[in-house]
Design a protein around this ligand. Structure first.
Ligand SMILES: [Zn+2]
Length: 141
């Protein structure tokens, strides 16, 4: 969980701000895009553009769930997992069925180890984020 520990987390925690910072660090902006996606499978998608990473996430769910989805995708990005969809496969139809097909494909492509890494990353960041808002923030650093 080195990657989760190394991150400079915004305080109070804000996943959008975190993505801004990571994007600035990497020199590749991370663009967050809420979309109506399937509720059946994974609810997030990472698209690797030429100069930016696009993270799509389910718009019809709670803010907490969205935060987790975004962190999971950020985990894939920071671990540089192979298998991000590329923009040329997707445009000009960034909606509906296309996204559903991409979703089904993407997280399969990553494989179990990568999925577990992304999940562990999301939980580790959330654990740090919740600690950092409480009494014990000074212990954390
Ligand atoms: Zn995943």
């Amino acid at each position: 969980m080195r990657r989760a520990r190394k991150l400079d987390l915004p305080r109070p925690f804000d996943v959008h701000e975190l993505c801004n910072r990571v994007g600035a660090d990497r020199g590749r902006p991370i663009v967050l895009t809420p979309l109506p996606m399937t509720l059946l499978g994974p609810c997030g998608l990472w698209l690797a553009g030429e100069r930016a990473d696009i993270v799509c996430y389910e718009q019809r769910t709670s803010a907490l769930h969205q935060e987790h989805i975004i962190l999971h995708e950020l985990g894939h990005i920071l671990h540089e997992h192979e298998g991000a969809e590329t923009m040329k496969d997707l445009l000009p139809d960034l909606s509906g069925n296309t996204v559903r097909i991409m979703l089904a494909r993407q997280h399969e492509t990553f494989g179990n180890r990568a999925e577990r890494e992304a999940e562990d990353f999301a939980f580790a960041v959330l654990a740090r984020a919740s600690r950092s808002t409480g009494f014990h923030s000074t212990l954390e650093d």
